[in-house]
Design a protein around this ligand. Structure first.
Ligand code: NAG
Ligand code: NAG
Ligand code: NAG
Ligand code: NAG
Length: 405
């Protein structure tokens, strides 16, 4: 570097980066702006790159939606990196966990997201257990859900598998070896978009300082799904944790010890985020797109184009062929690949299949716990068991929430 004031400024920027969540004063904001500009001069990449957050909740269809980003060659996609932060915070004695400061956890989440968006993957080493050696780790959560982490320069080309159209999950873990985070950062820097999926941030307002950060150009894709479908899917996927619910479903009698709090907060957080997003506060204006999973499932091509337009991605043939392969019954895919739908009409049926899987007593309880959320998002109440099971009567109202800005 020829210019020493730049060095000083960059050092200041770097230290600010570590504690950016604490930035409050005007002086610091101004400094940050200058830092942003200096970084743009230093590294053209940052001024051009775009950042995408797929903001979702567990079992809301976020893996499917994430593929619309992951499959795009211009995207560096990371599947739930905040898992590592949560694990690191959880590994304390139970007494400490009870008093764990929610703000501290959210601050750590935002810190990690900022560092990932600026392609510093080594920052994750603070959270990965066991601790990576020489910036290499075998414990990166769901590494093979990220196409960029299974292809060059991170992993040598596997032309046969790629040519056969096999999903990365089927070969990446055994063929790619441990993950070199230095190479991962280089791959990230070579892409125009960095996309991250998370299901761990409760409300969109928790991300405000990140969205306002002048070093980022962040767009939030808020994925929502009918909470009744989310519950049915969680019951299938996490049967141990949902044992009381399964007993309720099978016996039609609500056990006293069933935990209603998790799904209730899912509904509350979802509604709060949607209300914030649709109110269009200045910090979120033009940066928020609400997508219902049911709409995506019934019309994947069109919704994918809308999503790509919103985040500034060109149409790409790899994404189109992924959609047709995974929404088509005739596609020849391994059975563990579970994003498949038979036809467009059938994919709508899949999105609504919870209606055949939940006892009406559970549905009624949920409808009263989550009535505001259901109404806000255009999910109709089932007023009887017959109506619940009548699949020719849709419980998803046609809605447009806002034009993407
Ligand atoms: C949790 O902490 C214990 C003791 O400090 C350690 O032995 C263990 O490996 C840690 N587990 C994880 C997942 O980090
Ligand atoms: C990781 O990749 C970098 C860049 O190619 C290389 O210099 C380094 O030696 C690699 N690390 C290991 C442990 O192989
Ligand atoms: C609920 O019970 C029905 C049978 O009564 C079963 O078909 C369905 O799979 C169960 N749902 C869940 C989510 O376990
Ligand atoms: C199912 O719903 C359709 C469409 O609303 C309606 O025409 C039909 O009568 C319903 N069937 C039953 C058995 O209620």
């Amino acid at each position: 570097m020829e210019c020493s004031w730049k060095t000083v400024l960059l050092l200041v920027c770097a230290s600010l980066g570590v504690q950016y969540t604490a930035i409050r004063t005007l002086t610091r904001s101004i400094l940050l702006l200058i830092c942003g500009l200096t970084q743009d001069i230093q590294n053209n990449h940052h001024s051009l790159s775009k950042h995408i957050l797929l903001f979702a909740t567990t079992r809301s269809g976020s893996s499917f939606t994430g593929q619309l980003l992951n499959q795009h060659p211009g995207v560096f996609y990371v599947f739930e990196p905040l898992y590592h932060v949560q694990q690191a915070f959880s590994n304390t004695s139970s007494r400490q966990r009870r008093t764990l400061d929610r703000r501290a956890l959210l601050g750590a989440y935002r810190d990690l997201l900022l560092n990932l968006y600026t392609c510093d993957l080594r920052f994750m080493e603070n959270y990965i257990r066991p601790e990576p050696q020489e910036h290499v780790t075998g414990a990166f959560f769901r590494r093979s859900s990220s196409h960029a982490l299974c292809t060059p320069p991170v992993c040598p080309a596997k032309s046969e598998a790629v040519a056969d159209g096999l999903p990365d999950e089927t070969w990446c873990p055994k063929d790619c070896g441990a993950l070199n985070l230095t190479l991962a950062s280089a791959s990230c820097l070579s892409k125009g978009h960095v996309a991250i999926k998370t299901v761990r941030v409760p409300e969109i307002a928790d991300l405000r300082t990140l969205i306002e950060d002048p070093r980022l150009d962040l767009k939030v894709l808020h994925l929502v799904r009918d909470p009744r479908a989310i519950l049915a899917s969680r019951m299938m996927a996490f049967s141990d944790q949902f044992r009381a619910w399964k007993i309720w479903n099978a016996t039609r009698r609500q056990p006293r010890y069933v935990d209603l709090s998790q799904i209730t907060s899912t509904c509350k957080d979802m509604a709060a985020s949607v209300e914030t997003g649709l109110r269009r506060p200045s910090w979120l204006r033009g940066r928020y797109l609400l997508v219902r999973y049911e709409d995506l499932a019934s019309n994947p091509e069109e919704r994918a184009s809308e999503i790509h337009r919103f985040v500034g991605l060109q149409k790409d043939s790899r994404v189109s062929s992924w959609i047709s392969q995974n929404t088509n019954r005739d596609a020849c895919s391994p059975s563990e690949w579970n994003f498949r739908y038979s036809t467009t009409r059938d994919s709508r049926a899949t999105a609504e299949s919870w209606r055949l899987r939940l006892d009406y007593d559970i549905v009624k309880t949920l409808q009263s716990l989550c009535s505001d959320t259901l109404a806000l998002l255009g999910y109709k109440q089932a007023h009887s068991l017959v109506q619940l099971r009548n699949m020719s009567y849709s419980l998803v109202e046609a809605r447009t929430f806002q034009p993407p800005l």
